[in-house]
Design a protein around this ligand. Structure first.
Ligand SMILES: [Zn+2]
Length: 71
């Protein structure tokens, strides 16, 4: 039994304010049909939106916040 595929939750975090209250914007979901799908994420806290939000393992979230968001 050396299968170490631990199922871990990944959480999106806002690169601006480090809030994890992030939602996926599906407003351009029509693009998916054309094969050019581009997800956008929106932070509910500061309103920042973008294509790239860091995805952090749930177990590493606190560490990430400490290193990147503790100001
Ligand atoms: Zn934010």
């Amino acid at each position: 039994m050396n299968n170490i595929m631990v199922k871990e939750n990944f959480i999106l975090i806002c690169p601006k304010c480090c809030s994890t209250d992030v939602k996926t914007d599906f407003s351009n979901a029509g693009m998916v049909a054309t094969g050019m799908f581009k997800n956008e994420y929106i932070c509910n806290y500061c309103g920042y939106s973008g294509e790239f939000f860091p995805e952090i393992k749930e177990s590493e979230l606190e560490e990430y916040k400490k290193e990147n968001c503790d100001k």
